[in-house]
Design a protein around this ligand. Structure first.
Ligand code: NAG
Ligand code: NAG
Length: 174
C-alpha cells in the first residue's frame, strides 16, 4: 500500500488546479447585444446582433444570456436561419431569460420565434472557437504575447506532472 502523505495530496491538488484552471477562466457569459434586450432591431439598424457578435470572441463553454419579454429564442440550422424558418428548432426557449451554453465549436444560428421578428432582423450568427484555439481574450495585437503565456503554462504543467509522478513512484517504492 502506498504511503500517501499530506505532501503528495497537496501536490496532486496543485496539479489538478493547474489542469482545471484554464477551463474555469475561459468560460464567460455574454449578454446578447451588450446591455440590450433581445428585441426587434430598429428598422434603420437591423444588423445590431450580428455586429455585436462579430465584435466578440466566443469559445466552447461560454454562455449567451438572452433577456426579452413576450418573445422567444431558437437555435436553428443555417438554412432555417436564412429563411427565418421556425418550424423545427434545435433549441427553443421563451422563459424571458434564456441561457444558452456552447457545447461545441462552429457557427450557431439564433432567431426569434415570434411571428415576423426574424424577418425584421431579430436574428444572429455566432462563431464559436474550440477552447484550444484560444489565442487572446481581446483579439488583435495581444495574440503573440498571450500565445507565449499559454505555452509557458503548458511547460509548468508538464514539469509539475513529472515532479509529482516521481514523488508518487518514490512513495510507492519505499
Ligand atoms: C436610426 O434612426 C434614429 C431616429 O429614428 C436615429 O437616432 C439613429 O441614429 C438612426 N440610426 C442609424 C444607424 O442610422
Ligand atoms: C422549414 O424547415 C422544415 C424542417 O427543417 C422543413 O421541413 C420545411 O419545409 C421548411 N419550410 C420552408 C418554408 O422552408
Amino acid at each position: 500500500m502506498a504511503n500517501f502523505n499530506c505532501n503528495t495530496i497537496f501536490l496532486f491538488s496543485l496539479v489538478m488546479f493547474f489542469f482545471c484552471y484554464g477551463h474555469f477562466v475561459s468560460a464567460f457569459e455574454f449578454q446578447v447585444g451588450g446591455n440590450k434586450d433581445w428585441v426587434v432591431p430598429p428598422a434603420n439598424d437591423t444588423k445590431i446582433y450580428n455586429d455585436w457578435a462579430s465584435e466578440n470572441r466566443f469559445q466552447v463553454g461560454d454562455t449567451l444570456r438572452f433577456h426579452y419579454k413576450k418573445d422567444s429564442v431558437m437555435e436553428v440550422t443555417e438554412a432555417e436561419y436564412k429563411k427565418c424558418n421556425s418550424t423545427r428548432p434545435n433549441f427553443f426557449s421563451n422563459t424571458g431569460n434564456t441561457v444558452y451554453t456552447f457545447d461545441h465549436s462552429g457557427s450557431f444560428y439564433f432567431i426569434s420565434g415570434a411571428a415576423g421578428h426574424c424577418e425584421r432582423g431579430q436574428r444572429m450568427i455566432v462563431k464559436v472557437m474550440a477552447a484550444e484555439d484560444e489565442d487572446s481574450p481581446s483579439g488583435g495585437d495581444a495574440i503573440k504575447s498571450s500565445g507565449a503565456a499559454v505555452s509557458s503554462v503548458g511547460v509548468s504543467k508538464l514539469v509539475l506532472v513529472q515532479f509529482v509522478m516521481s514523488y508518487v513512484v518514490a512513495s510507492v517504492m519505499f
